[in-house]
Design a protein around this ligand. Sequence first.
Ligand code: GFB
Length: 314
Amino acid sequence: MYELRGKRVWVAGHRGMVGSAVVRRLAAEDCEVLTSARAEVDLKRQTDVEAFLAAARPDAVVVAAAKVGGILANDTYPADFLYDNLMIEANIIHASYTVGVEKLLFLGSSCIYPKLAPQPIPEAALLTGPLEPTNEWYAIAKIAGIKLAQAYRKQHGCDFISAMPTNLYGSGDNFDLQSSHVLPALIRKAHEAKRRGETSITIWGTGTPRREFLHADDCADALVFLLKTYSGFEHVNVGSGEDVTILELAQRVAAAVGFSGEIVHDLTKPDGTPRKLMAADKLRSMGWSPKIDLDTGIARAYASFLAETVEATA
Ligand code: GFB
């Protein structure tokens, strides 16, 4: 058990969807949350990270900072996804070791697993087969992050752990249609089609790939749970344990938004991995389970979209 009471916890990436959810969740713990402003600390620059950590001296660190994006962004900007993520995680993990951080939680992604991994995907499937080509750059960076945390544990005895969240969504999400993930993209498409009185929305690919979704607030709750209770070499999957086809997701988003038109396909866009459902038993057996079901989460995400994007620009 890692006691958070009275501790100084740095959430790297506190402005992102997951980082901001972790900050909100940590408010319920009796700890001090530290953040770093992007204008002052460029996490890709080693000297910035070293200077920040030497001055801030956190007891614990959550590595929620990352360059993230949906299938098209990953496929279009492979250098950014590989370089930015390698630099961010290497700088934070190494400097955390040098200043004596007691506990560090690194966040990966379910795309670390082989494209054709057995379903649901157990943690042990890591590095057992070729990756999905659209996001192998991001996946390689995230695998390197897991290995860094393991290496500092093995060589230096650091209590550094890794969590692998599934596809996440929630408030503070990216709703840009070119760079976003599927769920926020579908919310925007359905909302705008309804507002303009259009009769159809277009989804990318065949609609047959299956994806698992977890609300960022549930993810943050699981991360704080792991920070407090887990101290192991192997990474831990963080998911909902259920998946849906992209077409079914589009139908459920359309229903939540109140769009009743047709769903058509853009087959020039990639499908990506056919299925990405992670085995949830490891985290469940430790005593954690999600609280926000998909339909409730979609409704909450739509409310966030209206508040953050539509009303904010009205
Ligand atoms: O969420 P998404 O971009 O990422 O796409 P991945 C999931 C599926 O939804 C793919 C389809 O089959 C897309 O073709 N899709 C349908 C759409 N319509 C849309 C749309 O309007 N926008 C988007 N974005 N997709 C990412 C990885 O993979 O997932 C990252 O590239 C990371 O590395 C992240 O792992 C969690 O699930 O395919």
